[in-house]
Ligand binder design. Structure first.
Ligand code: IFM
Length: 748
C-alpha cells in the first residue's frame, strides 16, 4: 500500500529565491497545462504561470515563447483592510506542500494582524484535473481566531510576467450568476488565437451564515484582470470553505472556446469538489498502476525517482492522443517560458523511452509531432542550402526553428553572443530517426512508418547525404562543421557521436526499405517515387561503404572530434578558476572551456550508451575513465549517460551517485539557472526521463532484443528489488528484478 507521506514534499521557504524554485518544485499540471507552484495571491514578481501546451506567441523582436494564460484561480485575502500575502511582515506561518501521487498542491499560511486584531489562517488545495484537462480546481478554507471581516479579491489575473511578452491583448470580460462566475476572453498577439478563461467562486457555506456577503466586481483593465470582492464576516474560530474552479480553452482546442469554458465550469459546479477529486485521483491511480517503479532498499532513490516520473506525467500531452494535432514535450516541460517552450532532442533520447515502455501511444504522438513538423524541417534544410529534413534544434508548433543565432548573452558586455546551435547541431534529425527505430523495435508497429515516419527517415537521410563531405585524401565521407552534444565546442569536424548517429540513419532507412520491399512493395515503391529518392538510395548505399566513424585509439579512447586531443588538457577546477563571473558562459568563441578538453556534457559517452552493443566493455570503461573527469555535467542530460554506461561496464555503484544527481534534480531544485545572462531555470524532463533510463536500462539491465525482454540484473549494492511495467507489442509485462535473477509476468 502507498504511504501518502512518501509522496509529499513540503517547503516553508518564503524568500524570493524560494518562491522562484518552488514554482518548479511544486508544479502541478495535466499535460494540457502546467501550473507553477505559487500561492493563490501570487503577483507578477512571483512568476505565476499557467503554461498551455503547444500555444505560442511572438512579441516584437523578442523570442517566440509559450503563452502564459491569465490566472483564473487568483485569490487575495484582505483582512481588516490589510491585503495579506505569504512572506509579508504579518506572516507567522507558511508551508507549501505537493502531493506528487495525485498532483495536489496545498498551502497553509497564517497571518497575525497588527494591534491584536487576531490571526487569520488560510489552507488551500489545488490541482489541474487529470481527466478534464481544461479544468483547475481549488478548495479554500479560511478561519480566524477572533471575529473579523475578510474581503476576498478573487478572479482572473492577467498581470502575469512573461519572459518575452506580452502575448495577449483584445481583452473582454463578463460575469454570470450574480458575479460568481467571471469570464475573460483575449487573443494572442501574433496569430490572433482566441483564448477563453473562466473562474467560478462556489461557496460551501450558506450566505445567511455569513453576514454581509457582498460581491463587487472590477471591470477588466489591460494590466489587471477581472475580480470580484467577496466580503465575509468570519466568526471566531469558525472556518468557511469555498471552491474556485477555473477553465481555459483556446480555439486550437475547440471552435467555441468561450462556450466550452462556460460548459466546463457549469459541469464542474454540478459535479462538485468531491466527485471531481475522485475522477482526478482515479486517473492518477491508473497512471501509477503501470507507470510506477518500486525500489526496495533505498527510500531516497525511490522518492526521487517517483518524483521524476510525476514530473513526466504532469507534462505528458495525453489529451493530444485523441486529436489530429500531435504534441510533444518541451525541454523545460510546462514549468515556464524558458527555452522558448521548445522541443529539443531531449524528448526523443531521454523522455520518450519511458513512455514507450508504459504508454506507447504517447510515444507515437512524439513521432507524429515530428511528422507534422516535417515541412518546417525541410524549410530549414533549404534555408541552409541542403536537401531533405533538418529538424529544428528548438522546435515549436510549425517545426520552424525557434533557436536564435544569439542564444546566450555575454555577462560582461550585455551583448548577444553568436552561437551555432541552430546551424550546426545537425544530430537532431538523426535523434528523431533513432527514436522512431526504438518505437518500432518495441511496438513492431509498421503503421506509423506508413503514416509518414518512413518519409521522415528518408528525408533525414537525404539531408545528411547533402551535408557530407568526401575527403579525396582519405577516400571517405566525413561530416564537417558540426556541434555534438557537448555545446562548449562549436563547429568541429567528425564528431564521433554525430557521425555514428548519421550512419545509423542510413542503416535504418535501408532496413525499413528492405522490410517494406518484402511486406508492402507497392507502398515503398510509391514512396520512393513520390519523394524522388531513387538516386539518393543508390548514393546512400555507396556512402555507407566509405563512411567515416571515428574509432578507438590504441588506449581504447575515441576522440570526440578531430583535434580534440590537441586541446589543452587541464582540470575542471583550472577552467572554473578562470571564470571572472559565475554566470559567464563556458562555450562559444571566447568561453573558458572552448580551447580545453573540458566538455559540457556526455558526448562520446552518449554514443557508447546508445550503441551499447557495438563496443566492448574495455572500450566503454576506457572512455568513461577518460571523459568523466573532463565533463562539467553542465547539462541535466549528462550524468545519466555516464551512469548508464557505467552499469554496462558492471559498475553500478560507481553509477549510483550519477543516477541520484539526475533523479534529484527537480526535487532539490538545485540546478543551473543561467547560461550567460539568459535565464534557463525550470524543470528538467530529460533528467526525469534519464532517471528512469538509469534505473531500468542501467540497474535492471532491461532491453528488448528480437522482440523479447532481456534483463541483466546489476542493482546497486544496497538495492534489494525493483519492480516496473513494460508494454511490449501491446502486452503489459510486470517485471521484478532481484540481485541475481528476475521474474516476468504478463498482466491481462
Ligand atoms: O537539449 C539540451 C542540450 O543538449 C543542452 N542544453 C540544453 C538543451 C535543452 O535541455
Amino acid at each position: 500500500m502507498y504511504n501518502l507521506s512518501d509522496w509529499d514534499i513540503s517547503d516553508v521557504g518564503q524568500s524570493e529565491e524560494d518562491v522562484l524554485q518552488n514554482g518548479n518544485r511544486l508544479l502541478t499540471g495535466n499535460g494540457y497545462m502546467g501550473r507553477r507552484g505559487v500561492v493563490d495571491e501570487a503577483e507578477a514578481q512571483d512568476m505565476p504561470a499557467t503554461i498551455l501546451s503547444g500555444l505560442y506567441d511572438h512579441h516584437g523582436d523578442l523570442w517566440r515563447e509559450p503563452v502564459n494564460s491569465p490566472d483564473p484561480l487568483y485569490s487575495l485575502i484582505i483582512a481588516d483592510n490589510i491585503p495579506v500575502r505569504a512572506g509579508d511582515k504579518y506572516t507567522v506561518f507558511h508551508e507549501q506542500t505537493l502531493n506528487f501521487r495525485y498532483g495536489i498542491y496545498s498551502r497553509h499560511t497564517s497571518w497575525q494582524l497588527p494591534a491584536d486584531r487576531g490571526k487569520v489562517t488560510v489552507r488551500t488545495e489545488r490541482y489541474a484535473h487529470m481527466e478534464n484537462v481544461h479544468l483547475l480546481c481549488t478548495r479554500f478554507t479560511l478561519c480566524a481566531d477572533i471575529s473579523c471581516q475578510i474581503v476576498l479579491k478573487q478572479g482572473i489575473n492577467h498581470a502575469v510576467r512573461d519572459l518575452n511578452g506580452p502575448h495577449l491583448g483584445n481583452f473582454h470580460s463578463w460575469s454570470l450568476q450574480s458575479k460568481r462566475i467571471l469570464g475573460l476572453s483575449c487573443k494572442t498577439l501574433e496569430q490572433n488565437i482566441p483564448l477563453a478563461v473562466l473562474s467560478a467562486f462556489v461557496p460551501l457555506f450558506q450566505e445567511s451564515e455569513v453576514l454581509n456577503f457582498i460581491i463587487k466586481t472590477d471591470t477588466v483593465n489591460e494590466e489587471g484582470g477581472i475580480f470580484s470582492y467577496h466580503t465575509i464576516n468570519l466568526k471566531e474560530k469558525a472556518a468557511v470553505t469555498f471552491y474556485i474552479y477555473g477553465a481555459i480553452y483556446s480555439d486550437i482546442d475547440v471552435k467555441e472556446p468561450v462556450t466550452a469554458a462556460e460548459d466546463q465550469i457549469h459541469q464542474a459546479i454540478k459535479e462538485g469538489w468531491d466527485n471531481l477529486l475522485i475522477t482526478h485521483k482515479t486517473r492518477w491511480d491508473k497512471i501509477w498502476h503501470n507507470g510506477d517503479v518500486i525500489i526496495e532498499g533505498d527510500e531516497y532513490a525511490q522518492r526521487c525517482l517517483r518524483y521524476s516520473l510525476y514530473h513526466l506525467w504532469l507534462i505528458a500531452p495525453r489529451h493530444s492522443i485523441a486529436t489530429n494535432r500531435a504534441l510533444s514535450i518541451p525541454a523545460r516541460g510546462l514549468s515556464g517560458q524558458t527555452y522558448k517552450g521548445a522541443v529539443f532532442w531531449d524528448t526523443e533520447m531521454f523522455i520518450s523511452p519511458y513512455f514507450l515502455a508504459v504508454m506507447p501511444e504517447l510515444a507515437a504522438q512524439f513521432i507524429r509531432y515530428r511528422i507534422q513538423t516535417l515541412p518546417g524541417a525541410k524549410r530549414k534544410a533549404a534555408e541552409y542550402g541542403y536537401r531533405g529534413a533538418f529538424f529544428a534544434w528548438e522546435s515549436q508548433e510549425t517545426g520552424d526553428d525557434a533557436c536564435s543565432d544569439f542564444n546566450v548573452t555575454d555577462v560582461f558586455t550585455g551583448r548577444p553572443v553568436r552561437t551555432y546551435f541552430r546551424d550546426k547541431q545537425i544530430h537532431i534529425s538523426a535523434d528523431v530517426v533513432y527514436s522512431i527505430k526504438n518505437y518500432f523495435d518495441i511496438t513492431r508497429n509498421l503503421l506509423l512508418l506508413k503514416e509518414g515516419a518512413l518519409e521522415l527517415i528518408l528525408e533525414s537521410a537525404r539531408f545528411f547525404l547533402s551535408y557530407l563531405y568526401y575527403s579525396p585524401e582519405h577516400k571517405r565521407y566525413e561530416v564537417l562543421d558540426v556541434i555534438g552534444p557537448d555545446e562548449y565546442h562549436e563547429r568541429v569536424n567528425n564528431n564521433a557521436f554525430t557521425n555514428k548517429m548519421i550512419f545509423a540513419v542510413f542503416e535504418t532507412a535501408c532496413n525499413y526499405i528492405k522490410i517494406f520491399k518484402e511486406s508492402d512493395p507497392e507502398f515503398i515503391d510509391d514512396l520512393i517515387n513520390r519523394i524522388n529518392f531513387k538516386d539518393d538510395l543508390l548514393f546512400m548505399e555507396n556512402v555507407m561503404q566509405h563512411f567515416y566513424i571515428p574509432q578507438p585509439d590504441n588506449r581504447g579512447i575515441i576522440e570526440q572530434f578531430d583535434g580534440y586531443f590537441r586541446l589543452e588538457d587541464c582540470s575542471l577546477d583550472t577552467v572554473r578558476s578562470r571564470l571572472k563571473d559565475p554566470k559567464e558562459y563556458w562555450g562559444s568563441s571566447g568561453g573558458v572551456a572552448t580551447a580545453t578538453q573540458i566538455i559540457k556534457q556526455a558526448d562520446v559517452v552518449t554514443m557508447l550508451t546508445l550503441f551499447n552493443n557495438d563496443y566492448s566493455a574495455e572500450i566503454k570503461k576506457a572512455n568513461l575513465d577518460y571523459y568523466e573527469p573532463r565533463t562539467e555535467h553542465g547539462s541535466s542530460l549528462s550524468s545519466c549517460m555516464y551512469a548508464l554506461l557505467a552499469c554496462e561496464t558492471g559498475n553500478s555503484d560507481w553509477a549510483y551517485p550519477f543516477f541520484i544527481k539526475t533523479a534529484e534534480i527537480d526535487i532539490t531544485g538545485k540546478s543551473k539557472h543561467f547560461a550567460g545572462l539568459v535565464y534557463i531555470g525550470g524543470t528538467h524532463p530529460a533528467g526525469n526521463g534519464g532517471a528512469w533510463l538509469t534505473a531500468i536500462r542501467g540497474f535492471c539491465g532491461f532491453s528488448i532484443e528480437n522482440n523479447k525482454i532481456k534483463i541483466v540484473p546489476r542493482l546497486p549494492e544496497h538495492w534489494k528489488k525493483v519492480s516496473f511495467s513494460v508494454t511490449l507489442s501491446g502486452v503489459e509485462h510486470k517485471i521484478t528484478v532481484l540481485k541475481d535473477n528476475y521474474t516476468q509476468e504478463i498482466i491481462s
